[in-house]
Design a protein around this ligand. Structure first.
Ligand code: GDP
Ligand code: IMO
Ligand code: MG
Length: 422
């Protein structure tokens, strides 16, 4: 962390790497914490003092009362879900209104965006993306089509703009023959959410962030989703609709590339993916089930089973390259405590061809593994690197050597305390 600079903490695989936990742990070192992409498709889990919170739109820096938190222009926001999330924090004793700033340029997710999400998925037949159903794709589509509704519109001719966009959506739904939906109650709560949002600073967050940087303050950009779900660099079309990589920090917050200092790339000691799409390292056997059970790999947003597999170095190296990762953060090593051997995917192979760079189309590739000895020691109570079993140290060193990137932070249990800086 350097004064006047931006650090980013980015999921570099398929999301759910543990971003919430590490952002919460990092927050005391920063002045500002900002989300730059995504919306309530995210579910960021934070656990401390025996309490658990799952944040969707609100940055994970919110538990440190002295810090400014920002929902940046690159985000999309659902007023009804935001209200539920914010009220839960208020009920837990956290005051938000003074220190949670929302960009006027962020786009609003309408109830009809969520219906469109369902309709588009239904129309895709067996090629469904497996979205979270939160209206993410349709909202970013409207943004790109230059017809979206923005947070700033709440303060300026809102009702007419809302009705116009809703009518547009209803027409598309009629055209698709998707008419069996009722959003009356949802719309009522959504409008309540709009009223609720008025108490927050709906503002020019890019100015707040850049002023803070000018004053020598430090900013942490909190990623959502993961690099392989990025609209450009992910496994398209099985991706989310935002820029989840470091380039997205610039556009999603309005900060220039020369403001960056550290880029933390967070990953798990193994791989997971929720939703559809290619996943070469996926395990369909008992090992996959064991990782899912011990790792509690069930989605924080939708409760779906997360698909599980071994660590994928092809994917990791690609994400490190795209993001300019300076430091790796390795999570959930404790989940692999009981395995005799641990596999790592070092290449993909298909029809006699072997690649170590991420292919254009990851469909149909088989993983090539190397095997490393397991550590067969419980990690979760350890708080000092020198107490790590040698085989775990070797596993970390193997990843560092293979990626050419230091693993600067290691997490061995969900709790805030179990975060070890190397
Ligand atoms: P995010 O979306 O990247 O913030 O990650 P999620 O919150 O969706 O998923 C990460 C899950 O792993 C959460 O349930 C965390 O409580 C949990 N977790 C985080 N770090 C660790 C760790 O080191 N070990 C274990 N066992 N669980 C962890
Ligand atoms: P966090 O921030 C894991 C996945 C969905 C689906 C695809 C598109 O908690 O890591 P969308 O609703 O965005 O259109 O869905 O992306 N997805 C995530 N998977 N973690 C997330 O967020 C995700 N956000 C979206 O499962 O496959
Ligand atoms: Mg998550």
């Amino acid at each position: 962390m350097t004064k006047g600079k931006v650090d980013a903490l980015l999921g570099i695989v398929f999301g759910d790497e543990g971003k919430g936990k590490v952002v919460d742990f990092f927050t005391p070192r920063y002045d500002v914490v900002a989300r730059f992409a995504g919306g309530p498709n995210a579910g960021h889990t934070i656990i401390f003092d025996g309490k658990k919170f799952v944040l969707r739109s609100i940055p994970s820096g919110i538990f440190d009362e002295g810090k400014i938190n920002i929902i940046g222009n690159g985000c999309v926001i659902a007023p009804d879900l935001f209200m539920v999330e914010a009220r839960e924090l208020e009920q837990a004793g956290y005051s938000l209104t003074e220190r949670l700033h929302i960009s006027r340029r962020a786009h609003l997710i309408l109830p009809t965006h969520r219906v469109l999400d369902r309709a588009y998925e239904a129309a895709k037949g067996k090629n469904k993306v497996g979205t979270t159903g939160k209206g993410i794709g349709p909202t970013y589509s409207d943004k790109a089509a230059r017809v979206g509704l923005r947070v700033g519109d709440i303060l300026n001719g809102f009702e007419a703009k809302y009705q116009a966009l809703k009518a547009r959506h209803e027409q598309i739904l009629r055209d698709l023959g998707f008419t069996d939906y009722d959003i009356a109650e949802e719309e009522r709560q959504w409008m309540e959410g709009i009223e609720y949002m008025r108490r927050f600073p709906l503002t020019d967050t890019e100015v707040i962030i850049n002023r803070a940087l000018e004053e020598g303050k430090s900013v942490l950009a909190e990623g959502a989703q993961g690099s392989l779900l990025d609209i450009d660099h992910g496994t398209y079309p099985f991706v989310s609709s935002s820029s989840t990589t470091s380039g997205g920090v610039c556009t999603g917050l309005g900060v220039a590339p020369n403001r960056f200092d550290r880029i933390f790339g967070i990953f798990k000691a193994y791989s997971t993916r929720v939703g559809s799409g290619p996943f070469p390292v996926e395990l369909f056997d008992e090992t996959g089930d064991t990782i899912r059970r011990i790792g509690n790999e069930f989605g924080a947003v939708t409760g779906r089973n997360r698909r599980c597999g071994w660590l994928d170095l092809v994917a990791l190296k690609y994400a490190i390259m795209i993001n300019g990762v300076t430091d790796l953060v390795m999570m959930k090593g404790d989940v692999l405590d009981d395995f005799d051997t641990i596999k790592v995917c070092t290449a993909y192979t298909k029809d006699g061809e072997t690649v170590t760079d991420m292919p254009y189309d990851t469909e149909g590739w088989q993983p090539v593994y190397e095997e490393l000895p397991g550590w067969k020691t419980p990690l979760s109570a350890l708080r000092d690197e020198k107490d790590f079993p040698q085989a775990f140290k070797d596993y970390i060193a193997y990843v560092e050597q293979a990626t050419g990137t230091p693993v600067s932070i290691v997490s061995v249990s969900p709790d805030r305390e179990a975060t070890i800086i190397r």
